[in-house]
Ligand binder design. Structure first.
Ligand SMILES: C[S@@+](CC[C@H](N)C(=O)[O-])C[C@H]1O[C@@H](n2cnc3c(N)ncnc32)[C@H](O)[C@@H]1O
Length: 315
């Protein structure tokens, strides 16, 4: 059965377990595995993932999915809590070029201001920020809810000598404390999409009134509202395969601890997601409706998942 027919069967209310026996294509087996996982049918999910491996023994995403489903696993919304996999992920593959382009964009942006102050929202372990601390910044504040990621940022900031404040918190949690603050630049690299959409507008309005310039670095992700449609599912599967193959030495760590849970999260409308990505035009519209009068974007880097963009917004 093709993925299109399986997607139709899903919409018609069939159960994934009933389709397993008639599945002979690896993509269809993966569709079934992901569908069953989200329908809370773990045995079917695991059987379907193992079938995908049998049907295509070279499929690395299928191999990792079967391992993931067969063991205790990290939820998509917890991937930054024990972040060794995320840290290995951003230090390998296409992320090397992506982060270097991001650092260059930040540096160029800071140079437009005289001794700017910066707030970094969701700074992580400082991969984007720490290498550009020498760009004439007069103060840096950072907010990050993962204690483990923040430890490295904290150490890097201390070493840099740049005046700074570090908050182990979500951005929503510092709004009251830092209500009277102003920054030249508020920035968020690959982190703002971690906020669920219903929490974003309040945060955006708060940022709007507290900076000269808001810089967002995001992926331009097409509409994700129908993740089980073949038009979304098949390209995502191909990209996931490409993504895991970018890693050799740390493939299982990156796959099991980051990429597989993030990909499964795309199919989850609920809370087990690592991110809520959207297209650049949707980000621009969201910024405008939060009261940013000037919004512009440019393409930053062609990354395997989707192209990365820098969006700049001001009142
Ligand atoms: C993909 S990582 C990006 C980290 C870093 N900015 C970078 O470029 O490497 C997303 C980060 O957003 C953080 N995050 C998640 N929810 C957040 C929130 N509500 N407020 C601030 N940061 C958040 C996560 O803990 C994680 O460190």
């Amino acid at each position: 059965m093709s993925v299109s027919r399986m997607a139709a069967a899903r919409l018609a209310g069939e159960a994934p377990g009933d389709l397993l026996a008639g599945t002979s294509a690896p993509e269809s087996a993966l569709f079934l595995a992901i569908w069953a996982h989200h329908d809370r049918a773990p045995d079917t999910a695991l059987a379907a993932a193992r079938l995908a491996v049998e049907l295509d023994p070279d499929g690395e995403f299928a191999r990792l999915l079967a391992l993931y489903l067969g063991s205790g696993h990290t939820r998509g919304d917890r991937v930054y809590d024990t972040p060794a996999a995320f840290q290995a992920f951003i230090r390998g593959g296409g992320n090397v070029g992506l982060y270097s382009a991001t650092q260059e964009a930040l540096r160029r942006h800071y140079h437009r201001f005289d001794a700017p102050t910066v707030l970094d929202v969701g700074v992580g372990d400082g991969m984007a920020l720490l290498p550009v601390l020498d760009a004439g910044l007069s103060r840096v504040d950072v907010v990050e809810p993962s204690a483990e990621l923040l430890a490295r940022t904290r150490a890097g900031l201390a070493e840099s000598g740049v005046p700074h404040r570090v908050r182990h918190a979500r951005i929503e949690d510092v709004q009251r404390e830092w209500d009277g603050e102003r920054w030249t630049v508020v920035q968020s690299t690959f982190a703002f999409d971690a906020l669920p959409p219903d929490r974003r507008s309040g945060v955006l309005e708060w940022i709007r009134d507290r900076c000269e310039s808001f810089l967002l670095v995001v992926f331009d992700v097409p509409d994700t509202t129908r993740p089980f449609s073949p038009e979304w599912f098949l390209p995502v599967l191909a990209k996931a395969e490409q993504g895991v193959r970018e890693y050799t030495e740390h493939r299982d760590l990156v796959g099991l601890g980051f990429l597989v849970p993030v990909v499964l999260g795309f199919f989850d409308a609920g809370s087990a997601r690592a991110n809520y990505e959207q297209s650049v035009p949707s980000w621009e519209a969201e910024l405008r409706s939060a009261g940013f009068g000037t919004v512009s974007s440019h393409r930053l880097f062609d990354y395997w998942w989707q192209p990365a963009y820098v969006i700049e917004a001001s009142r």
